[in-house]
Design a protein. Structure first.
Length: 262
């Protein structure tokens, strides 16, 4: 029976540095994301959004608190079963893809690490799933457009068939017209594969288009969690959320129009 909470975080604290240079960046973060839900994380720069994702992905290990995926507690660090369940897509697809590896080896590496066979077929069908053809296997990152690079990054994240995708500003490095394509692809994949997304974004237009619920972070704390439908009007409980929405509305309009026009 599926666990209703695919992601469960309770009392998450994280501090960088030692001695007089300590910097606490997460304070008692509680967050639950349901199976099949798209959950947004918003808040000003430096509020700790990426840090939450990195803890879940096993990229940061010095956290304290409790985290679980599908009811199974997460350990401090990457282990193989955990890695297959949770994958992360970064903001900058150029930076996150090895420049001297072609698409085939980028997609093959996780399969090899996890001793998964039938690699050729898996790579071809994954490329098709993200809207690229198998002919892209031989291309290097510099031979791809920004949108194609992000498709490859999404393919790499999905090739291990995770249940959870952590998306860190997955479209903000892309042109607006390409952003809409990638958002639509993410929505389609989530539906088709029954995935759960936790997505960091600065853009309330992205939230409005994709997310079911959203948590607002400030200074390492969750200020409030609300349904996307409650973002406008009387929904927000804090002045900070209202200011964040106002600031984002103009910025989001162009993207919302692009997405609607697809
Ligand atoms: N490796 C690190 N060492 C020390 N401090 C760090 C490290 N990584 C992040 N921080 C600090 O932690 C805080 C939270 O950073 P984080 O990247 O999680 O914020 P964010 O909300 O995702 O911001 P942005 O929207 O700009 O990406 C920041 O003050 C940042 O400077």
């Amino acid at each position: 029976m599926p666990n209703e909470n695919m992601i469960h975080i309770q009392g998450l604290n994280l501090t960088f540095g030692h001695g007089s240079k300590t910097n606490q960046v997460l304070y008692d973060v509680d967050l639950s994301v349901r199976q099949g839900e798209i959950f947004g994380l918003v808040g000003e720069s430096g509020s700790g959004k990426t840090t939450v994702l990195k803890c879940l992905a096993g990229l940061l290990t010095q956290w304290q608190g409790e985290m679980a995926i599908d009811g199974k507690p997460l350990s401090h660090g990457i282990n193989r079963p955990q890695c297959r369940q949770v994958q992360m897509v970064f903001q900058d697809p150029y930076g996150s893809l090895h420049p001297r590896h072609n698409v085939e080896s980028i997609l093959e590496e996780p399969l090899a690490i996890h001793h998964i066979d039938n690699r050729d077929d898996r790579i071809d069908s994954m490329l098709v799933k993200v809207g690229l053809s198998p002919a892209f296997r031989d291309r290097f990152p510099h031979q791809l457009s920004g949108g194609q690079r992000q498709r490859v990054a999404i393919a790499r994240a999905l090739i291990l068939e995770p249940r959870v995708l952590l998306l860190d500003e997955p479209t903000s490095a892309l042109d607006v017209s390409v952003q809409a394509e990638i958002l639509n692809l993410l929505a389609e994949l989530q539906q088709r594969e029954g995935l759960t997304y936790l997505m960091v974004t600065h853009d309330l237009g992205v939230i409005a288009h994709l997310c079911h619920r959203v948590a607002v972070m400030q200074h390492g704390r969750i200020l409030e969690t609300l349904a996307t439908d409650d973002l406008l009007g009387q929904g927000p409980q804090t002045e900070y959320t209202r200011v964040l929405i106002d600031a984002s509305q103009h910025y989001s309009r162009e993207l919302a129009q692009q997405v609607a026009g697809q």
